[in-house]
Design a protein around this ligand. Structure first.
Ligand code: BGC
Length: 254
């Protein structure tokens, strides 16, 4: 079998759905990223229409990797913190295969943070491939991906650990910074508290911080005072797309 050198990844988020063709040798996008606002309500059917629009616009008819901001097991979504509740119990694999006119084996479904983590492990700093690495994505919610020696433990959902009596992402997601109009130092304090609780829980060797807010990492990462070393995601906000494309090309699903 000839190894695929290009793949297509789609990252479904609470505010936008983004897709692009990916160079799987370098872990980089080929050409432009297509972004369409997440439909409201973000029901499975409405989201599937957008996904079909994106692959159509790109003229791509090969396998597609798709992320969801949800626990995904064997193609089925089991939670829906920042997406319409109709996703719970939806066989996303079957839905997208039907809507895109492909076989279920041509669709790889995975959690968005797990996809981002897979991309960082493959294409980011090699130090992440040793020991226990936890990647956190700060966006609408907080996503997590945990690896031991490069191997993923899927669906960890550490954005929902309880911190000082609250669901962690309700206090420390990047969306909270915007909604509560927090300054970077104010928000960094919340992230610091969150990461402190998490490092005391799982004792990682490395944190990688990602999500859109990682583009401005110089404004908050230097303010963190935690035991664990912190790396900024090298693929920033495209990691989900790259990880999804790699998963589709390799036929990976959890
Ligand atoms: C969801 C996770 C997701 C994260 C980031 C959380 O609310 O529960 O599945 O990875 O948001 O989108």
């Amino acid at each position: 079998m000839v190894e695929a050198t290009r793949g297509f990844g789609i990252d479904i988020g609470g505010s936008g759905i983004k897709g692009a063709l990916v160079d799987l040798a370098r872990g980089q996008l080929i050409g432009d990223r297509i972004r369409i606002d997440t439909p409201q309500p973000s029901t499975p059917e409405a989201v599937a229409d957008v996904v079909a629009e994106i692959t159509g616009q790109a003229g791509w008819d090969g396998p597609v990797g798709v992320t969801l901001p949800a626990v995904v097991k064997k193609g089925v979504a089991h939670t829906a913190a920042n997406i319409d509740h109709k996703w719970i119990g939806t066989d996303a694999d079957a839905l997208f295969a039907k809507r895109l006119g492909r076989g279920v084996d041509d669709i790889a479904m995975l959690n968005d943070a797990d996809a981002a983590g897979m991309a960082e492990i493959r294409f980011g700093d090699p130090v992440a491939r040793r020991g226990v690495t936890a990647l956190l994505t700060f966006g609408t919610g907080i996503g997590s991906a945990v690896f031991q020696d490069g191997k993923l433990v899927p669906n960890t959902e550490f954005g929902h650990i309880e911190v000082d009596g609250f669901d962690a992402e309700k206090k420390a997601a990047a969306s909270v910074k915007d909604n509560e109009e927090l300054s970077y130092p104010q928000w960094a304090e919340r992230v610091n508290r969150y990461l402190t609780v998490l490092e005391n829980l799982i004792w990682p060797d490395l944190f990688i911080v990602g999500g859109g807010v990682s583009k401005k990492s110089h404004k908050w990462v230097p303010l963190l005072e935690i035991r664990t070393p912190v790396l900024v995601a090298s693929l920033q906000n495209n990691a989900g797309i790259v990880g999804a494309a790699a998963a589709a090309a390799e036929g990976i699903e959890h």
